[in-house]
Design a protein around this ligand. Structure first.
Ligand code: CO
Length: 157
């Protein structure tokens, strides 16, 4: 198990367009495992490669439901519908939470660590987490989408 240091805002790598992954090798598998360990250690539900200093289109999501670990490599949102408004945070912004409007449903095409292409449909909180992580891969941070920031203690952990 390897827990990687998480890049905190401000840092240039958090705001760049990440490169597509073209090589699906053991190094990629190791990175995804390390990202997973890092996310669990930080008590997060998602993590994107730029947050561990790698500007590639790799992100993981695990909201702790039956979907398990979702590997988002080169993800593309094919469809988006509806609207949800809710609280959001980010491991690169410790102790910062804001209300963000997201689509309530997304259909995403992505690859897993073996390079297999798959389609995932998600709703509600899972859809929110996936949209947040995909934004990271394009250098977009949740703070640019916040309707309002919460005061300390306004959200129950
Ligand atoms: Co984030």
């Amino acid at each position: 198990m390897s827990v990687l240091p998480i890049v905190k805002y401000p840092n240039e790598i958090l705001e760049v367009e990440c490169e597509k992954v073209t090589t699906f090798d053991r190094k990629l598998s190791k990175l995804i495992k390390d990202m997973y360990d890092t996310m669990l250690e930080a008590d997060g539900v998602g993590l994107a490669a730029p947050q561990v200093g790698i500007a590639k289109q790799i992100a993981i999501v695990d909201i702790g439901d039956e979907s398990g670990l979702i590997e988002l490599i080169n993800p593309v949102i094919l469809e988006r519908r509806g609207e949800q408004v809710g609280p959001e945070g980010c491991l690169s912004f410790p102790d910062l939470f804001g209300e963000v409007t997201r689509n309530d449903y997304v259909k995403v095409r992505a690859q897993n660590r073996r390079g297999k292409t798959y389609i995932i449909e998600a709703r509600e909180f899972l859809a929110r987490a996936i949209q947040h992580e995909i934004d990271h891969l394009h250098g977009i941070l949740f703070t640019s989408k916040v309707n309002r920031f919460y005061e300390e203690g306004e959200i129950e952990g």
